[in-house]
Design a protein around this ligand. Structure first.
Ligand SMILES: [Zn+2]
Length: 66
């Protein structure tokens, strides 16, 4: 029997067009964006947020039940 009782927001770097296996999963879109920006800065040297990037990230976020 499977338990699917928690909804998470998920975003993977690959969805974003990067050749990278990083996937972030968090409870809110805001957290996903926060982790996403952090990863982008550390791993891809793309630092700083913008409304346009926010929008793109939100559009790529998927809901997953864990
Ligand atoms: Zn990445």
């Amino acid at each position: 029997m499977a338990y699917h009782n928690k909804l998470y927001k998920q975003l993977s770097c690959r969805d974003f067009g990067a050749d990278c296996d990083f996937t972030v999963r968090a409870k809110t879109e805001e957290e996903v964006l926060e982790y996403g920006y952090d990863h982008s800065c550390r791993a891809h040297a793309k630092c700083g947020s913008s409304p346009k990037t926010d929008e793109r990230m939100r559009s790529l976020i998927t809901n997953v039940w864990v």
